[in-house]
Write a new protein. Structure first.
Length: 125
């Protein structure tokens, strides 16, 4: 049986990774797209977003730290805190943020795959 909350999180982080790697625009624009559409919602709705009981606490904490970091700057006008934060970053900070997002995405996907394999082996599938 699939763990729906982990499946949802893995799907969202996979989409973020895809947007980061293949999306249009420069790195800053790809990070905005990857985070806005797929990652920052996890902070507001952790259980619905797959950060429920099967997600390791240390990984949840890393995700929360990441979302806090990429939304730390106060919004100016209509841009929102994510855009304001990423617009304030240097190229090196953007690369570091992209690396962190990639690492988090792979870890979430790995956590889902491990849980899915465990569930399949115990259900006889």
């Amino acid at each position: 049986m699939l763990t729906n909350d982990l499946f949802y999180a893995a799907e969202k982080f996979h989409q973020a990774l895809d947007a980061l790697a293949t999306g249009e625009g420069v790195l800053r624009e790809r990070l905005i797209t990857a985070c806005m559409c797929n990652i920052t919602a996890h902070r507001a709705h952790p259980m619905r977003a797959g950060l429920g009981p099967k997600m390791p606490a240390e990984l949840v904490e890393r995700i929360y730290d990441f979302t806090d970091r990429v939304t730390a700057t106060a919004a100016v006008g209509n841009e929102g805190t994510l855009t304001a934060t990423l617009n304030a970053m240097s190229d090196e900070e953007l690369r570091s943020t992209a690396e962190e997002l990639s690492s988090l995405s792979l870890k979430v996907i790995e956590t889902f795959e491990r849980d899915d394999a465990r569930s399949s082996s115990t259900s006889g599938v």
